[in-house]
Design a binder for this molecule. Structure first.
Ligand code: MV4
Length: 448
């Protein structure tokens, strides 16, 4: 087992990893930018190394500084958390070259799944259902026209280097294809330095349901059920839940089997997520595979009683998994609390937290790095806490969430707490009758 793990991240996820390290008797090393000197991950780790100024490019993304910090402190593994370097093939490779275990995917795996057209072709070969469309990348506009016509409108143009909706265009009729093709390619080139495109049939008002998987070094994989992540705004998830209100035992079996098949086909090692689009008839299609631990992993931990960070560490150390698949025994909901003003277009609201009262009690979990007096720097992601409730039923989990949100006081900055409080009473949320279109139609009620 590892003796010392360096956590190449900040905020709640850095703290989350440190907690599991402590429970496993593994020493932890925090790295931090000068903006994060007062952050809890710095205080709670066994050691801490400053790696640069506030700008992410000069700190949390600066590979030589992080490797140097690992070498100075004698860390034998690096946990990258999510975001930053967690899906950076070059960083995974550099860690391997320095004999430091990267607790994440190999460079080869990251490259393979990071190229979306290639990932889709791989999944097709594995026998995982994919959205009908082009075979891989489309070379010319002429081919694009041809495939769009064969596929049948509406279609979706997607950037192979994409993700997060960048370089993606829905096209409803042939006459709009040229403009969409040109602008999607331009956007992709600017964002990723690559303008490879592929086409799919447009799935209207899909749900986003993902399957958590874990694979080990023997090539065996298992799934840990789903998460419904359909409530998103501009490709940022706001809340997630498990079980999905749209799930059936039969669909879970099929989607779980597909995700395990996908993982075993590529001999995936570690924790990963297979994302699917699910249409109104419960047809499901592979969308993307994430080769990292995700923000919303705690809801899975809550309903199957598993520590996913511990699982990542064990698998990275070569321990085989049991191979058993899991169905949810309970219901869990996560609300992402962001330092944003939901009454003003979710505008970022960094600054000092003057007062904080955290919710607690039965079935309430709060993963956060903030405290009264903490100053939220403007340089990073605006998520400051994840509030998770767990109960026997969805109704009870919602009741608990309302109660927990009501006793969550944060003063000094604006947060998304009022948004979540309204969401928990929205008729379509309460009935579970929501899709990825939900936030397009959502309107915040005025403050009382
Ligand atoms: C789609 C789609 C409909 N049809 N593909 C958005 C992010 C990118 N990873 C894939 N996305 C979509 N792909 C087809 N063929 C609709 C979306 C989509 C979406 C997917 C998941 C969650 C939220 C979304 C919001 C808008 C569009």
């Amino acid at each position: 087992m590892f003796k010392k793990i360096l956590i190449a991240n900040r905020g709640e996820i850095a703290l989350r990893v440190i907690r599991t390290c402590k429970e496993m008797g593994i020493k932890s090393v925090a790295v931090y930018s000068t903006a994060d000197a007062e952050s809890l991950h710095v205080k709670f780790a066994d050691e801490a190394v400053c790696i640069g100024p506030p700008s992410s490019n000069e700190s949390y993304l600066k590979m030589p500084n992080i490797i140097a910090a690992a070498e100075i402190t004698n860390a034998d593994a690096i946990h990258p958390g999510y975001g930053f370097l967690s899906e950076n093939a070059k960083f995974s490779k550099i860690c391997a070259e320095h004999d430091i275990k990267f607790i994440g995917a190999s460079a080869e795996m990251i490259d393979r799944m990071g190229d979306k057209a290639n990932a889709k072709e791989t999944m097709k070969a594995a026998g995982v259902p994919c959205v009908p469309g082009s075979d891989g990348v489309i070379e010319t506009f002429k081919d694009c026209q041809k495939v769009a016509k064969e596929t049948g409108y509406p279609v979706m143009l997607k950037a192979s280097a994409g993700g997060g909706g960048k370089g993606m265009r829905a096209v409803w009729k042939a006459e709009d294809l040229k403009d969409a093709w040109d602008s999607a390619r331009q956007e992709s080139k600017a964002a990723f330095g690559n303008d490879d495109m592929y086409i799919e049939k447009l799935i209207e008002e899909p749900r986003h349901i993902e399957i958590q998987i874990v694979g080990d070094s023997t090539g065996k994989a298992c799934h840990l059920s789903e998460r419904d992540c359909s409530i998103q705004r501009r490709h940022q998830k706001l809340t997630e839940e498990v079980p999905s209100p749209f799930m059936t035992d039969e669909l879970r079996q099929k989607m779980g089997d597909a995700a395990v098949k996908a993982s075993e086909f590529i001999k995936y090692e570690g924790a990963g997520t297979v994302e699917f689009l699910v249409d109104k008839n419960r047809n499901f299609y592979f969308m993307e595979m994430n080769t990292r631990i995700q923000v919303e992993h705690p809801i899975t931990e809550q309903v199957i009683d598993f520590d996913l960070i511990r699982e990542q560490i064990l698998v990275a150390a070569g321990v085989p998994i049991s191979g058993k698949n899991y169905s949810p025994k309970l219901h869990a909901i996560e609300c992402r609390i962001n330092a944003e003003d939901p009454h003003n277009g979710f505008r970022p609201s960094p600054g000092r937290i003057t007062t904080l009262h955290a919710p607690g009690g039965h079935g309430v979990r709060l993963d956060t790095h903030v405290y009264a007096g903490y100053v939220i720097p403007p340089n990073y992601d605006s998520m400051i806490a994840k509030l998770i409730t767990t109960a026997q039923t969805r109704e009870e989990a919602i009741s608990k969430m309302k109660r927990a949100l009501d006793e969550f006081y944060i003063e000094g900055i604006k947060t998304t707490i009022p948004f979540h409080r309204q969401l928990m009473e929205h008729p379509d949320y309460v009935t579970g009758n929501y899709t990825t279109k939900f936030m397009e139609d959502f309107v915040m009620q005025d403050k009382q």
